[in-house]
Design a protein around this ligand. Structure first.
Ligand code: SAH
Length: 426
C-alpha cells in the first residue's frame, strides 16, 4: 500500500495535515492533467510539499513550504491529489539548491532542497504534532532540536544495495525515490569519502569476476548489500558483504583490493539466504582482520560488530549522551541506573563513571557480548549487561529479586516500534 493511502485511511494522521472531511466525487475541485498555481503551506512525511485549492489537498513532490508553484495534477483521489511540479513561480525563502547532484532522483534524501534550520523546525513540528494529536499530550514543553553545524558527511554507516542496471552491468548505490531500482552512487554527501572508493572497488570486482548481484524479485544471485562502517575517532573501516550464499568467488582478489584502503580493519561476510527485505542475516564470518572495528565517543572506546547497533551520527551522539548524563542527575554517585535497549552498552558505559551501578538490557546476543567486551576495554567494573527482551527480563528480575533490586534512573532508547506497553507499566 503506498504511504499516502495508508495515511488517508487513518484519521489521526489525516488530522495532521488538516485534510477536510470527505468529498463527494462530484465535489472534487481538480481533475487529472489540470494545471494550476498553488501555494505550498506544509510538508508531508516523505518531504513532499502540501498545498490546498478550494480546501482540497495537493501533494507536490520537490516543493517546499513558502513556494508558489505551477503544478499539473497527476492522480486524483477523493480527498487529495498528487501533482507534479512544473515551475517555481516564487521560491520560498527556505528553498536551497541541493548540494548533491542526484538529490532529486535518489531515495536517500528528501529534504536537501530545504534550508537546514527549516528542516529542524519541520521535525520539531512533527514531534509536537505526534505528542498532541496521537498522544493527547498538550502541555509538554518542546525544546528546539539541537542541530549540527555541518550536516553533511556525518554518517558512520552505509548499507548499499547491489543490483543490475538496465545495461546488465552491476550497480551499487541507493534505491531511487519510491522504488527498488538501484542507482549507482558515485559519492554521497552524507557519507565519508572512503565509501566512494569502496563502491568503486566492489563494482570492478563484480564485473571482472562476473559475480551475480542479487535479484530481489527472483531471489537469485549472490551479492545483496555492502555495509560500510567507519570509526570517526579512530579512522578504522569495516566492510561487510551480505550474500545469498556462504562464500564469495575470487575472495582473495577482493580482499587484496580492499586491504589497500587506508584504515581498513575488518572485512566480513554475512549470510542472508532468506527471501526478505531485512538486510542482515544471522551468520557473520570474518574474512580478514578483526571481527569488529574500534571507535570512541568522548573518552569511552567501543568494539563494534557488523550486526550491532551503533549510533550513525557520532557528532550528535556525543551531544545526546551528554544530555542523557545531565538529565540523569547523578548527584550522589550512589544511584542505580538501568539502560534498557542498551545495544553495545554505549550509554551505560558513558554513565557508569557517575553512577554506583548500571544494568544494561539488550536482546541481541552479539551486542551483549560487545557490551561486556566494551566494559573490559574501558576498565569499567560497575556495570552488568543482561541478555533478553527488556519487557520480559525487567519484570521477571524485579519479581524474583524484589528486595535487592532498585532503579533510581531508567533510560530507554528503544528501536522504532518503541517500548512494549508491559515494560512501560512496570
Ligand atoms: N542505546 C543504544 C542502542 C539503541 S538502539 C545506543 O545508543 O547505541 C536499540 C537497541 O534495542 C538495539 O540494540 C536493539 O537490538 C535493542 N532491542 C530491540 N528490541 C529489544 C527488546 N525487546 N529488549 C531489549 N533490547 C531490544
Amino acid at each position: 500500500m503506498p504511504m499516502h493511502e495508508d495515511i488517508r485511511n487513518r484519521s489521526v494522521q489525516t488530522d495532521m495535515f488538516d485534510v477536510p472531511a470527505q468529498n463527494n466525487v462530484s465535489d472534487i475541485p481538480v481533475h487529472k492533467n489540470e494545471e494550476m498555481d498553488v501555494e505550498i503551506v506544509d510538508i508531508g512525511i516523505e518531504g513532499e510539499g502540501i498545498g490546498h485549492t478550494d480546501g482540497y489537498t495537493l501533494f507536490v513532490k520537490d516543493a517546499v513550504p513558502g513556494d508558489m508553484v505551477r503544478v499539473k495534477v497527476l492522480k486524483v483521489k477523493k480527498n487529495y491529489a498528487y501533482a507534479r511540479l512544473l515551475e517555481i513561480l516564487r521560491p520560498s525563502k527556505d528553498r536551497r539548491v541541493p548540494r548533491c547532484s542526484i538529490a532529486k532522483q535518489c531515495g536517500g534524501c528528501q529534504l536537501q532542497h530545504l534550508a537546514y534550520d527549516a528542516q529542524l523546525k519541520l521535525k520539531e513540528h512533527k514531534v509536537e504534532n505526534c505528542l498532541k494529536r496521537i498522544g493527547g499530550f498538550y502541555n509538554v514543553p518542546i525544546e528546539p532540536i539541537m542541530g549540527m553545524e555541518m550536516p553533511f558527511r556525518y554518517r558512520n554507516k552505509a548499507q548499499f544495495p547491489v543490483g543490475k542496471g538496465n545495461d546488465g552491468r552491476p550497480v551499487v548505490g541507493f534505491y531511487a525515490a519510491r522504488t527498488h531500482n538501484i542507482m549507482n552512487v558515485e559519492d554521497c554527501w552524507l557519507q565519508t569519502e572512503v565509501n566512494a572508493e569502496i563502491m568503486d572497488k566492489v563494482r570492478v570486482y563484480l564485473e571482472k569476476y562476473k559475480v551475480e548481484p542479487y535479484d530481489e524479485g527472483l531471489h537469485v544471485g549472490l551479492m545483496r548489500h555492502v555495509l560500510v562502517r567507519v570509526g570517526f575517532q579512530t579512522g578504522q573501516i569495516m566492510v561487510c558483504f551480505i550474500v545469498n550464499g556462504t562464500s564469495l568467488p575470487h575472495q582473495a582478489e577482493l580482499l587484496d583490493s580492499l586491504q589497500s584502503i587506508q584504515g581498513m580493519a575488518s572485512i566480513c561476510l554475512n549470510v542472508n539466504r532468506e527471501k526478505t527485505n531485512v538486510i542482515l542475516g544471522r551468520k557473520t564470518v570474518t574474512l580478514w582482520g578483526k571481527p569488529y572495528i574500534v571507535d570512541a565517543i568522548g573518552d569511552t572506546r567501543f568494539h563494534i560488530s557488523p550486526i550491532s547497533f551503533y549510533q550513525v551520527n557520532p557528532v550528535q551522539t556525543a551531544k545526546l549522551y551528554e544530555k542523557v548524563l545531565q538529565f540523569a542527575e547523578l548527584v550522589t554517585e550512589n544511584e542505580i541506573v538501568w539502560d534498557l535497549y542498551c545495544g553495545i552498552g554505549t550509554i551505560a558505559l558513558y554513565l557508569a563513571r557517575k553512577a554506583k551501578f548500571v544494568f544494561g538490557v539488550e536482546v541481541v546476543k552479539q551486542a551483549v557480548r560487545d557490551a561486556r567486551e566494551n566494559a573490559r576495554l574501558n576498565d569499567v567494573a560497575n556495570v552488568e549487561f543482561l541478555e533478553g527482551a527488556a519487557e520480559e527480563l525487567l519484570p521477571r528480575m524485579f519479581q524474583e529479586k524484589k528486595e535487592q533490586l532498585r532503579a533510581d534512573v531508567v533510560i530507554v532508547d528503544p528501536p522504532r516500534k518503541g517500548c512494549d506497553e508491559s515494560l512501560l507499566k512496570k
